[in-house]
Design a protein around this ligand. Structure first.
Ligand code: CP
Ligand code: NVA
Length: 298
């Protein structure tokens, strides 16, 4: 039997695999059939174990799984014995007897790793506190479709050194593009950048200088609601607004994984501007995740 393969972080892929997934996602977007069966998930049921809310991840996975011939099964924390204290390792072994794969959204990355360790079926990261690899795949496809060479671009990250920032660092490590992150002291990313192509600064204007793409995210992520007011003060100088964008290259592309807090990390006019790719970015979740599912299940 083929060994199961998980997708927990971007570094589970080689650079070649990552580019291959993006290439296949581009084909899927254009309706080009793959080399395998048209419905590679035919007869398979994929669980969606979510311990946090979701719009894009849940809907794009459920639709993508259905389009590939499979059946998604949403498993909210409060409907599961897991929510009443059943162990992750017991949950993982039981679910593996029914399901063919599991998409997980949770808090600590160790929870995802524990589920993956005890599951005999492929496990996919639908966001943890550490990283959000499916989202950054979609971000990269969006920039590639917008005409950028994603191995040579200058990308900037403004704001919290959160799960999204960590996955951007992983992407820069794999692909070699330049990434400048501007984060306040004490809010730096936790993923270590190996290469000289990743710069960490406190100054958002330094980060966006020469940027082809500027990305941001909420100042308080899911699970950090109690820190939200304090963070508004800490992050005040880290808003993506007209003045900041004017310091980047002409035609700079703006990304935001959404949901956005207009007037906090990004202004409404920048989010709605012609530089903004956020709706394509959201759409591309569907295409990249179908490419990931094909890779793991074919
Ligand atoms: N970007 C993203 O993951 O959105 P959801 O929280 O709506 O899934
Ligand atoms: N950093 C955000 C991303 C939401 C898609 C969070 O974790 O809440």
């Amino acid at each position: 039997m083929r060994k199961k393969r998980d997708f927990l972080t971007l570094t589970d892929f080689t650079a070649g695999e990552l580019l291959g997934v993006l290439g296949r996602a581009g084909e899927i977007k254009k309706g080009i059939p793959g080399r395998g069966p048209a419905r590679p998930l035919g007869g398979r049921c994929i669980g969606m174990l979510f311990e946090k809310p979701s719009t894009r991840t849940r809907v794009s996975f459920e639709v993508g799984i259905t389009q590939l011939g499979g059946t998604p099964l949403f498993l909210g924390l409060n409907q599961m014995q897991l929510g009443r204290g059943e162990l992750l390792k017991d949950t993982a072994r039981v679910l593996s007897r029914y399901l063919d794969g599991l998409v997980v959204r949770t808090f600590g990355h160790d929870r995802l790793e524990e589920l993956a360790k005890w599951s005999s079926i492929p496990v996919i990261n639908g966001l943890t506190d550490l990283c959000h690899p499916c989202q950054v795949l979609a971000d990269l496809l969006t920039l590639q479709d917008a005409g950028l060479d994603i191995t040579k671009m200058n990308a900037a990250w403004i704001g919290d050194g959160n799960n999204m920032a960590n996955s951007w660092i992983s992407a820069a490590g794999l692909l070699g593009f330049r990434l400048a992150l501007a984060c306040p002291q004490g809010y730096e990313p936790s993923v270590h950048a190996d290469g000289h192509n990743v710069l960490l600064t406190r100054d958002p204007f330094e980060a966006v200088r020469d940027a082809d793409a500027v990305s941001t995210d909420v100042w308080a992520s899911m699970g950090q609601e109690e820190e939200a007011e304090e963070r508004k003060g800490v992050f005040r100088g880290y808003q993506v607004n007209r003045q900041l964008i004017a310091a980047a290259r002409d035609g700079v592309r703006i990304l935001h994984c959404l949901p956005a807090h207009r007037g906090e990390e990004i202004t409404d006019d920048v989010l709605e501007s012609e530089n903004s790719l956020v709706w394509d970015q959201a759409e591309n979740r569907l295409h990249v995740q179908k490419a990931v599912l094909e890779l793991l299940f074919m």
